[in-house]
Design a protein. Sequence first.
Length: 560
Amino acid sequence: MKLIHIFIDSHKSIRSLHVSLGGPYCVDTTSDKMHIRTRADTTAYYRDHHCSAIIGANGVGKSSILDFIETSLYMTDSVGILFFFDDSDHSLHACCINMDLPETLSKTVASHDGLEDFAYEHNIRIVKINNITEAQSRLGYEKQYKHPVVQNRSLDNYSRLKSRRKRYFDNLLRYFRWSSISENTIEDVGFEFKFHDAIEKLDRSFTATKTYNEIQEQYENASRTLNSIKHRNRKDEHTPDNLTELLLAFNIHPIITDLSSESSTEVRHQLSLFLKYYFFKSLSFEYSSLQKCLEDSVEALRYSENWDIIKNSKTSISFSPNDIDIYRMQETLSRACNILRNISHHLCEIPRRPSANEIDIGYYVDDFYSVSEIIGLANQLPRNTLSNISWGWRGISTGEMARSHVFSETYDCLKKNKRDNTIIILDEADLYLHPEWQRSFLHSYLELLENINFSKKHKPQIILTTHSPIIVSDFLPDDIVSLTKDNHGVLSTRTSLGFGTNLTNLFIDGMHVDSTFGEHSRRVIVTLMQRAQDGSLTEFDRSLIKEMGNKYVRDYLLKK
């Protein structure tokens, strides 16, 4: 069962609008009478899937058309008809919303009162997928009512409840694993925590100071001890104590930076130098634990005679007891060490997989609640220590996550319901996608649908909205609904280019924009052309012309 045509007599600001969504038939109006007309069935082009695109400028009515479909499931004052084509027996059905089926169609189209009962009878599901964020939804995108026929799989829908976030996490994980198998990808998939090794940074920050010369031998002993701790615990990081000591070794430098940040700005550099000095002295003298060495460096602040080392630093500023709060520093240190210990215990208690890295250490964690717990602990760390830990889906960018969201939600909803008549609505399909990913979007999406292996009867229908001429170029012109508003606000459709059209023509004739230049540069170029014609180009004008990318236009203007 496919939705092939929408007639909206009245809904919001829309009046008397016909929207053809492909299929073997469409509805035409002549002399105020509707009649059915056959048209070429284009599903073979889309690998036997029913696909259409709705395009138009912002505010032209794309969302209102999609909203009419959902609104038709309720008691509404909107008026219109939704036309469906049944692939199994080639019959036509009209779901009439607050209006009667025109007599000219009554002999060829089965009439139904409303959409809700028809949707239940034919297992029609409407699945909405988009990357609209929570902040955007609160500016008016959000719908308060929900209908069982409609599945809202927008990004915002998963951001509010922990149970939904878990479902979203699991959906992504299943999709990544499935796609890595189907695409013969060897790369491991999972949510990764990475703990960065800051020992080298600690060494560089200390050896560059004059203070280093005073304890060079002690520093070298301490440095060897620190690296020994790192290598020894890295070989056996499966116990909580060993992993804790390893994480502390990685985070000595950021922890000292956080401790120094507890003081006034003027003395932070000196205080950081002081703590490193006495940390290395403690570590070279007697090592029991790294936390103990850090505690010794803070404790050394209590004795004013220890401050003499600052006199040899590059700055003449000295600090007084009023500049530091030792108790607060001790609390910060204790909190950071306890949090790293708790993270280590948690990692050692759950299934995890190491990620390959010779410098840092990382783990893939596949359990949502464990991920949430570790992130919750990490976010309690002081700022610099927190910045030394990273997490995410294998470093996936915003654009990759946007694409993965659409694909993983499609995979999840279709894998579970192969026998439903599903209408997938992809709103703003190009959001966050790099142009190259826009270029391959439809091809990759159809591959995804093909790999799920539907029967021909239950293949999903795809309706997407987009502002991308690159995505539009993959659609046949008859499957593109191009919307426009006239000066009186009347909405209508017009012919659009698509398949086989280059992007420049698509911008102008397909997306119906006024220029392929940005408006600011277009106006500057017009002015330059006028000045060149008048022979009044300035030196600055000529320098701008030399920056132009089009060689022929550039040479033409400079000859004037």
